[in-house]
Design a protein around this ligand. Structure first.
Ligand SMILES: Nc1ncnc2c1ncn2[C@@H]1O[C@H](COP(=O)(O)OP(=O)(O)O)[C@@H](O)[C@H]1O
Ligand SMILES: [Mg+2]
Length: 245
């Protein structure tokens, strides 16, 4: 049985999609069979970040009852990584029923070691349905107080809903002198800090190229930090996941 991990945050732009893409590839490199799912139905861009833009059938078709999930799982050029892409046009968005997300995504657990769910920000209906498709949650925040408190809120709600909170990623660290330091962030969040990902121009460059940084620049600081996160997830999180069952 694999693990269903939602990637979530309070605000948009914290790095959820970047984390989903890089963590998927990092886990794939480690030999795990991974499925990355774009569950951000209105602002989908995971496929773009991963350099896949020719998907015919998407998660929107599945949620509209027009296709089965089998037809929306694509293999990628990244070792051991599969992807369920999303549509970007509004016509598909309005046809898709977000309430079907958990029922669509959860069965993937039987076929992959890790299913990573790229979720929308916040606690609105779309976001809740995406995040509740997971059994565990990885929180992503930036080192700013409002971002941390909003992400904390998401963690509290998801824990109440029965998800195991694995911990959080402090992303884009070092951009400003006023950044909240990792130890303080961890104290405020009250969940384990799993990785500090530095602000790294290579990450943005990789996004533009459509090749996540762990593949694009494996030796960059950002890539190393994402590889470290993957190792952390397999160690600590695996233990927690077992305790939970
Ligand atoms: N560690 C980082 N260093 C530099 N840029 C980053 C980093 N993490 C994310 N970004 C950039 O920030 C932007 C938003 O990231 P994204 O993953 O799309 O956020 P979200 O999915 O949470 O809305 C992207 O342009 C991405 O390249
Ligand atoms: Mg995103």
């Amino acid at each position: 049985m694999g693990r269903l991990v939602s990637v979530a945050s309070g605000k948009g732009g914290t790095g959820k999609t970047t984390t989903t893409a890089n963590l998927s590839i990092a886990l794939g490199k480690m030999g795990f069979k991974v499925c990355a799912v774009d569950a951000d139905l209105t602002m989908a861009n995971l496929s773009l970040v991963m350099g896949i833009d020719d998907a015919d059938v998407t998660i929107h078709d599945v949620l509209a009852g027009k296709a089965s999930i089998e037809n929306a799982i694509y293999s990628t050029t990244y070792e051991n990584v599969h992807l369920v892409p999303a549509a970007i046009d509004w016509e598909h968005v309005v046809m898709a029923d977000p309430r079907k997300l958990p029922g669509t995504i959860k069965p993937l657990k039987n076929r992959f070691d890790f299913v990573l769910i790229d979720s929308p920000a916040g606690l609105q209906m779309d976001a809740m349905n995406a995040m509740l498709s997971g059994e565990e949650v990885l929180l992503v925040t930036n080192p700013e107080i409002s971002c941390i408190t909003d992400t904390m809120k998401v963690g509290i709600v998801l824990r109440k809903a029965g998800l195991a909170v694995l911990g959080f990623v402090l992303n884009r660290y070092g951009r400003s002198e006023n950044d909240i330091p990792p130890d303080v962030a961890e104290e405020v969040m009250e969940v384990p800090l799993l990785a500090v990902i530095p602000e790294d121009p290579a990450v943005r460059e990789a996004t533009l190229e459509g090749v996540p940084v762990v593949e694009y620049r494996p030796n960059s600081e950002g890539a190393r930090a994402f590889m470290g996160l993957a190792e952390m997830i397999t160690r600590i999180a695996g233990l927690k996941a077992r305790v939970m069952r």
